[in-house]
Design a protein around this ligand. Structure first.
Ligand SMILES: *Cc1c(COP(=O)(O)O)cnc(C)c1O
Length: 384
């Protein structure tokens, strides 16, 4: 028998309560019944994003909201700074290029966070830049960027700041209003414990004013249409009714635990995972590890792609491998969304089994033991 565990940085597991909510019969979206659900969802998003800004929901994967940010903020001939420290930072650059935006890249070595000073310098050398695109958790490398510091740099200029928090939201702290972030992007299949299919975007007043003036081509993702509807607690097109309904349930769960406790749980799971990695004699890939996902260097003599495949096929534990040039060189274990200590120890157990079979030398149980030790030590401090 095989039991399956999804331990990737998206999609993530969905709680049974949420699955049952999604399974309910479809209701029509132009009804007071749906309006009630939608209102609750919007309030929940504001709580999650720590914002009073409008938060819009799209029936797309996270990339749809990334594209929405680009095509609504910018106009023909505009310039934008794009932080490229991994696959998802690069994606912002690709979207900009697809619409003819002039990209000023800040290339960061994969696994390193961007230095806010570099953004400051680039902004001062390019005073006509309209926007800065960066990432809270660069999922491809498990790296967290210091959005607070980046925002301090950007908010003293005319450029708006756009943060991809698709995997970071609900795991790494994201204080949209306090840090004055104009646009924050997220998606459903990561920290918010839903199936794939919804994308979210928070939009500041300043960003909305730019959206009104933007002349890039758009229709489905035109924020003007979403804004007009949102002001009437409505949506412009048919929403993903079942997923929005599921979101209300997951936000209930998050509120019940309390967002700060949710963040503390992610921190605890991340610490346990990092301690296990050290105890196994392995090395973290990131110099600034995120609490959403831990990237680990594949040790010498072990086939990284085979490790991921064997964990999935033989033990039912799906983790993520490396992308692009990191293929086979790193693996990534998520501690994101609907996960607790024993999901993490399960992933670590399967990792140890496969490492042992690969001939890697270590004491079996040492990683899991270190994780449990860390959990025992950190539990009290967060008052769970
Ligand atoms: C998952 C992820 C995306 C891509 O989202 P899709 O839902 O696959 O479109 C973008 N950015 C980051 C940081 C992610 O983790």
């Amino acid at each position: 028998m095989k039991k399956n565990y999804i331990m990737t940085p998206g999609p993530t597991p969905v709680p049974e309560e949420v699955l049952l909510e999604i399974a309910k019969p479809i209701i029509h979206h132009r009804t007071p019944q749906y309006q009630e659900i939608f209102k609750k969802a919007v309030e929940g998003l504001k709580y999650l994003f720590k914002t009073q800004n409008d938060v819009f929901t799209f029936a797309s994967s996270g990339t749809g909201a990334m594209e929405t940010a680009v095509i609504n903020l910018l106009s023909k001939g505009d310039k934008a700074i794009v932080v490229r420290g991994g696959k998802f930072g690069e994606r912002f650059g690709e979207i900009c290029s697809a619409y003819g935006i002039e990209v000023i890249p800040i290339d960061v070595e994969w696994g390193k966070p961007v230095e806010p000073e570099v953004i400051k310098k680039t902004l001062s050398e390019n005073k006509d830049v309209k926007a800065v695109f960066t990432t809270l958790c660069e999922t491809s490398t498990g790296t967290k960027n210091d959005i607070e510091a980046i925002s301090k740099v950007a908010s003293s200029t005319k450029a708006v700041l756009v943060v991809d928090a698709i995997s970071g939201l609900g795991a790494d702290d994201m204080r949209t209003d306090e840090w004055k972030v104009d646009m924050v992007v997220s998606g459903s299949q990561k920290g918010v414990m839903l199936p794939p299919g919804l994308a979210f975007l928070s939009v500041s007043k300043r960003a909305m004013d730019m959206a009104k003036a933007s002349d890039l081509p758009k229709y489905y993702f035109d924020l003007k249409a979403y804004k007009k509807s949102l002001d009437k607690n409505d949506v412009p097109w048919t929403p993903a009714v079942s997923l929005v309904r599921g979101f209300c349930k997951s936000i209930d769960m998050i509120k019940e635990e309390g967002l700060e406790n949710v963040l503390a749980r992610h921190a605890r799971l991340a610490i346990g995972t990092r301690e296990a990695v050290k105890a196994l004699g392995l090395e973290l890939f990131s110099a600034s590890p995120s609490d959403a996902v831990t990237a680990v260097k594949v040790p010498e003599g072990v086939d990284g792609q085979n490790l991921v495949k064997t964990m999935r096929n033989k033990y039912g534990v799906t983790i993520a491998g490396g992308q692009e040039h990191l293929k086979g060189k790193i693996f990534r274990i998520a501690h994101l969304g609907y996960m607790i200590e024993f999901d993490t120890t399960t992933a670590l157990s399967a990792l140890e089994m496969v490492l042992k079979e690969s001939g890697y030398k270590f004491k079996i149980g040492s990683g899991v033991g270190a994780a449990l030790q860390a959990f025992a030590e950190t539990q009290k401090t967060v008052g769970v």
